[in-house]
Design a protein around this ligand. Structure first.
Ligand SMILES: Cc1ncc(C[n+]2csc(CCOP(=O)(O)OP(=O)(O)O)c2C)c(N)n1
Ligand SMILES: [Mg+2]
Length: 342
């Protein structure tokens, strides 16, 4: 990937992360054109921040890599509580605007409507739901995403289905048993399913079991289910590398005689016999507050829902929120009249 691609991906993640935080907190002053005041903050803060940064990374990289190569790619989101990130990405791409008549004003009016109406009575829900275009299985109960992905691949060899699984979700019996579906579905008659485990270390209330395993144990577990584990830290070049290996594998199923090392510029014979399984390691809540009131937030379970819960009533938290929002320099990425300028 060239420098331009890397710059674009970093900007895109900054823009979508900002949109997430704005949806969670703001009912006004969406572009921070003046100092943040308590009146700008929603009266009831209800949503999930911690998983969103990783979703933004995964979505950006998948879209960038598969957008050209695999036109019929699908994204399935396991942690449906990361809905503000899904909305942010659909909004940035203009997909929501195509179907939602409330989002057809100027770019600023649409952004204001989106943010204010997230998790708001009569507005958007806090979790992915059938109101969101493209949602094929309502979120809420963790565990079904991988099974849904295999189901969506049935009889659709043209489809590539990337499915993001939370590491807490990866503790559920439903998700773990769905890993076995590869033994039934992996043929030329069905689509390509690409599981991505979001190893952010935490679930609602504490550390996850996959994160408590050593890297060797986790990789052996994935291999034991019949997959080739591929690790990425979410940076554009490492994400591109694991996607190129996945792409080589999928291409080989459809064209067993292709010389993929030449076709994809891969340096060695990386096209394993077992299908790819990506492990994306991120820090939960990265980019958000590191500490607040002496408590560690980013990289801890406290990032799961709303950090800075008292931002409306506590001046110190309001200032921390303002600094957090400012850190994305959103004004460089969005013009009130022209929209996104990434
Ligand atoms: C079957 C089921 N059990 C429990 C819950 C409650 N719950 C909601 S979010 C969550 C934690 C999810 O953690 P993880 O999968 O690691 O997602 P992350 O937010 O860290 O990406 C849990 C346990 C649920 N939604 N479904
Ligand atoms: Mg987690």
């Amino acid at each position: 990937m060239n420098g331009l691609g890397k710059t674009y991906l970093k900007k895109r993640v900054r823009a979508t992360d900002y949109l997430v935080v704005a949806q969670l907190f703001l009912q006004d002053n969406f572009l921070l054109e003046r100092e943040l005041t308590p009146d700008d903050i929603k009266p009831r803060l209800l949503g999930h921040w911690g998983t969103c940064h990783g979703i933004d990374i995964a979505y950006a990289n998948l879209k960038y890599y598969f957008g050209e190569r695999r036109k019929d790619w699908v994204f399935i989101l396991g942690p449906g509580h990361g809905f503000p990130a899904l909305q942010a990405n659909l909004f940035l791409d203009g997909e929501l605007q195509k179907v939602d008549r409330n989002l057809q004003g100027t770019p600023y009016e649409s952004l204001a409507y989106l943010c204010k109406n997230f998790s708001w009575p009569g507005g958007y829900p806090s979790h992915a739901s059938p109101l969101t275009p493209g949602v094929i299985c309502e979120g809420g109960e963790l565990g079904y995403a991988l099974g849904t992905a295999f189901g969506a691949s049935l009889g659709h060899p043209e489809k590539t289905i990337a499915v993001l699984l939370g590491d807490g979700e990866f503790e559920t019996a439903t998700c773990l048993s769905s890993l076995n579906l590869i033994k039934l579905f992996n043929s030329r008659h069905h689509g390509s399913v690409l599981p991505i485990l979001h190893l952010n270390g935490y679930k609602i209330s504490g550390p996850t079991v996959p994160a408590r395993k050593s890297e060797r144990e986790l990789l052996e577990e994935i291999r034991g289910f019949g997959y080739t584990p591929l690790l990425t830290d979410g940076t554009p070049s490492s994400f591109e590398y694991v996607l190129s290996i996945a792409e080589a594998y999928f291409a080989k199923i459809y064209n067993p005689h292709a010389n993929l090392e030449i076709a994809y510029g891969l340096k060695e014979n990386v096209c394993a016999k077992e299908p790819p399984f990506i492990i994306m390691k991120t820090e939960k809540g990265a980019g958000g507050p590191e500490y607040s009131k002496g408590k560690k937030i980013a990289g801890n379970y406290l990032a799961h829902q709303i950090p800075l819960k008292e931002a409306k009533t506590d001046v110190e938290e309001l200032k921390e929120l303002e600094a957090w929002l400012q850190s994305y320099r959103f004004a460089e990425l969005f013009d009130a009249e022209k929209g996104f300028t990434l």
